[in-house]
Every structure is written in C-alpha cells, then in structure tokens.
Design a binder for this molecule. Structure first.
Ligand code: KIV
Ligand code: ZN
Length: 534
C-alpha cells in the first residue's frame, strides 16, 4: 500500500554498481549482497540486466528465487528480446518488477537511438505494454531525463502510465543536474503528469559532479518517493547516489523532510564492508556515513566537546549505522556457534557447507595466530569461500620463491581442472617472479592494471590481503587473495582474476588460448552495460 510519507529505496549495486570499471561479481558474491540488502529491508533490488549475458540472466533468476520479501527487479531495453528475457528471469520471484528504459533527451534520441520523438513514444508504448503483459509491476525510466525537454518527458511518462507502468523514474544519467534546478524540474514533471493514485515517481542520480545525494534529496523534496542508488555509491565514472547517504540524511533531518523509510540503518555499515570487500572497491576513509573516519574525532577541541556532549560535533550515532566495535574476539577456543554468529553479524549469509569450510580455514588460521579479527574472517570468506565457484579454471597448489640481492626466482604449481601444471620464472622481486611463472602456465599475458596489498588489521600477525585488476582483450577482472604470507596472497589474487577473465571471456564468446572458458553467472556479457545502444 502506497504511503506518501515513506521513501522507498531501490538498490542497483548489482546492476548499475557492477558497471564500475574493473568490478565483476560472481553469482555467489551477488547472492550474498542481495541477502544482506533484504535483511536491511531494502524495498527493491535490481539484480541485473538479464539480456546482457547468460550470467546476468541466471543471477537475476537466482536472486528472484531466493528473496521472499524484497521486490526483485530486472532491467530491459524496450526491445522484445530484452523484455522477454527479464520476464523469464523474474518468473519465480515472489515480488517481481520489470524495469524498462529508453532515452528521452534530444542528444540521446538523435545520436544514440537515431529515432524521432514520435518513434520514441511509440517504442515506450510497445515496450511497456509488453512488459506489463508479462510482469505485474513495471517501472519506466526516461534515460537522461534531466537533459530532456520536460514537455517531452511528461508526454513519455503519460504514455508509460497508459501502457501500464506504475513507477516512473527520472534519471540524472550523466550527473549533470543542479539540486535547485532538479527540484523544479521534478516538481513540474510530477505535477504535469498528474499521475493516478498508485503511481510513484523515482529518482536515479549519478555522481559526476559530486551531487548525486543532493539531487536525490532535492527530488524527494519535490515529491519523488523512490530513491535509486548503490551501496558506497559504487558505479561507473563518479558512481551512483550512495544509499547510505540519502537514507541517513532523511533520518537525521526528519525535522526537515518529515518522512520515513523502511530501512534498518543498523545494517548499513556491515553491508558497506561486504560490498567493498567483494567488489574490491575500497571505501575512502572520509566517505560520509560508512568511511573509517566518519565517526572519528581528531581535533582536541572536538574530542573535548564530544566528551562533554556527543551532539556538539556528532549529528548521527555510529550505532545507528551499525558501526560498532566487535563484542568478542574469536580465537583458537571459539566454537562453531560463535563463529557462525560472528559471520552473521558481519553480514554473511552462508549455507552450512560454506560455514563448515570457513570454520576449518579459521581453525587453521588460529593455529598460526592466536586470534582472528573481523578483517581476517572477512578476508577468508572473500578469498576462499565466495570466490570459489565451479567455474574455477586454476587453483594455486604450491609455490617456492628464492630472493637474491638483484633477482628473484619462483616456481609455481597450479591445478587446472584437477591436473597439476607447473612452471618457473625469474623476476625483479618474489611477486613479479611468481606472476611471470603463472603467465607461463596460463600461456597468455594479461596486463596487470592494479596491484595492492593491505593488512586486515593493525596487528603484525594480520592477514595480507592482495587485490589485483587484470585486463586482456578488452576484458577487466579483479581478484582477491588473503593469507598470512603476502606472496601467497598475491598469487591467489592473480589466479582469482585469471579465473574471472575466463568467465567473462566465455559469456562474450572470446577465446583465450583457444579456450572459451566456463560460463559464470555474474560476468558482464554481450550487451555490455545498460547504456549501449537500444
Ligand atoms: O543512469 C541511468 O539512466 C540508468 C538507467 C538504466 C535507469 O542506469
Ligand atoms: Zn544509472
């Protein structure tokens, strides 16, 4: 039932967020994020763009099957094939929504779509009608709405309503809008469309000028009741509107907005950590709401003020966003119940087999170091549980390195489809030597775009967590690896990224070394991103 005082949140981390350069989540990782978002009581999850690739299709299908409360949405262009694929992927959803989009701005209509405004209106009518005949809830987005002629956008929305859409989205696709201007724009569109009861307006802002949250809030003030965004603002270019920022603005300034949301904001911090770790896109320390320093006071005068009265310098409580210190430290003597409880509070929702495997790895780790921090546990899950999918081509089995004063040598053993494959190489350091050896084994040379090692805590016994981004034949894939040994972590990350390159190649029908790889859910596929063509 539509409540005019409630703002709904539509999360597109798994679709628009995953369009960020170098990010490709596998099916297990996407499902983890979706489950956590449902626990946070997000209203709608856009799980992917089913026509883009078999991976996207099966991811939307899996999320649709799994989630029982949250509405699960699939994106489609106005093309019949896209709409039928999305409807099919959503067939088993308890609460399905089909999201159809078509550009409405003059520049997109003329140069990208090569369609006249009348043709665009006709296409909206046929696309939305078909979608509505297959799925009971349909959202229509006028792509690049903020640069559209408001009169034309109003016409387009009227056609979408007549054809059965009940959610009308106003995207600021290229992050061009200014909050005051966008407020007036949305207000005019909402008032002149004069939608019947049951139809709501939505906003979808991008952050190219750092104004996504401000524009989303301006739209809310203008009467929009659905905000689209991603966790941590993840997305291509400057990213999308960060859900945590918009929801906390509405909550913290309830006096100003007079609105509510359905979200359990105490789950924001765990979900932010989960998305950062699985995507490999770190949260900057000064990031609003979920950054490591969001609640840290360095200046003495501030510390003094906060001690005297918290509200002097703090407008939100860290507990309200779930940023609380771990209540217990896990170690050698911790049992599986405590481990399972910790996983849950960290935001993971694993099946029994995954938990059992993670517990065994955790126990081994506790033999090496006395206690395991939250960061250690999160690193184990990302590296050894969620990144392991049946589509894995290569696995690290063994390695040795010898480091001299000017040169290092490494021998690496991987397994490929269960068979050991090994080689050796030299390099200017142990990681370089190991990477050269891996390249000899895999027989192709991906470009190392990014290589980072971080520690999971401030302690000297922390796990080293390596992250790499590799590119090859126009594909980019990230990989994670964790170990108390940073060389092992680095090789694991490299091998993980190689596996993901194979998965991406498979869905795009690109052959690596004569091998089409194994199709994996989650890889970005043929239709590429949602903004290519029509
Ligand atoms: O930014 C955008 O316009 C989009 C649409 C597909 C809604 O992501
Ligand atoms: Zn977008």
């Amino acid at each position: 039932m539509f409540d005019p005082n409630c703002v709904c949140f539509f999360d597109t981390t798994l679709r628009d967020g995953e369009q960020a350069a170098g990010v490709n989540l596998n099916a297990a990782e996407k499902l983890q994020i979706a489950r956590q978002l449902e626990k946070m009581r997000i209203d709608v999850i856009e799980a992917g763009f089913p026509a883009a690739s078999p991976g996207d299709f099966s991811c939307v299908q899996t999320v649709a099957r799994e989630l029982k409360k949250t509405t699960v949405c699939g994106l489609a262009r106005t093309r019949e094939g896209d709409i039928r694929a999305a409807a099919q992927a959503l067939a088993q959803a308890e609460n399905p929504r089909l999201h159809v989009f078509l550009a409405t701005s003059p520049i997109h209509m003329e140069y990208k779509l090569k369609m006249s405004p009348d043709e665009v209106l006709a296409e909206i009518r046929s696309g939305v009608s078909l979608a509505r005949s297959l799925v009971r809830e349909v959202e229509f987005s006028g792509e690049d709405a903020s640069r559209s002629d408001p009169e034309f956008l109003i016409k387009a929305f009227k056609v979408a309503i007549e054809s059965g859409a009940t959610v009308l989205n106003i995207p600021d696709t290229v992050g061009y809008a200014m909050p005051e201007e966008f407020y007036s724009f949305c207000r005019r569109v909402i008032s002149e469309v004069a939608a019947p009861e049951g139809v709501i307006f939505s906003v979808h802002a991008h952050n190219d000028l750092g104004l996504a949250a401000a524009n989303s809030l301006a739209a809310v003030r203008a009467g929009v009741r659905q905000v689209e965004g991603t966790i941590n603002g993840m997305g291509e270019r400057g990213g999308n509107s960060a859900i945590e920022e918009v929801v906390m603005a509405i909550k913290t300034r309830a006096d100003f907005y007079g609105l509510q949301t359905n979200l359990d904001t105490k789950r924001l911090y765990p979900v932010s950590r989960l998305v950062a770790r699985l995507s490999g896109v770190a949260v900057p320390p000064n990031k609003a709401v979920v950054g490591a320093n969001a609640f840290a006071h360095e200046a003495g005068i501030h510390q003094h003020g906060v001690m005297a009265k918290r509200e002097t310098y703090e407008i939100m409580k860290a507990e309200d966003v779930g940023c609380t210190p771990a209540v217990m430290v896990l170690g050698k003597h911790s049992g599986s119940h405590a481990f399972r409880a910790r996983l849950e509070s960290l935001g993971y929702n694993l099946d029994d087999l995954q938990i059992q495997k993670a517990f065994e790895i955790f126990k081994k780790l506790c033999d090496e170091k006395k206690e395991a921090t939250d960061g250690d546990i999160e690193a184990i899950i990302a590296d050894q549980i969620l990144s392991v999918t049946p589509e894995c081509h290569y696995e690290l089995k063994d390695y040795t390195v010898h480091v001299g004063s000017d040169l290092a040598a490494a021998a690496v053993v991987l397994s490929r489809d269960g068979q050991p494959v090994k080689d050796a190489a030299t390099g200017n350091g142990p990681v370089d030597a190991a990477y050269q050896a891996v390249k000899r084994i895999i027989k192709f040379e991906p470009k190392l775009e990014t290589f980072k090692i971080t520690a999971t805590s401030e302690r000297s016994d922390a796990l080293g967590e390596a992250q790499v981004v590799l590119s090859y034949l126009g594909l980019r894939a990230q990989g994670n690896g964790a170990s108390t040994d940073v060389i092992k972590a680095s090789i694991r990350a490299y091998v993980n990224a190689v596996n993901r390159l194979y998965s991406m190649a498979a869905v795009r029908d690109i052959r690596i070394n004569g091998c089409a790889g194994a199709g994996e859910a989650g890889a970005k596929g043929q239709a590429g991103t949602a903004h290519e063509g029509r």
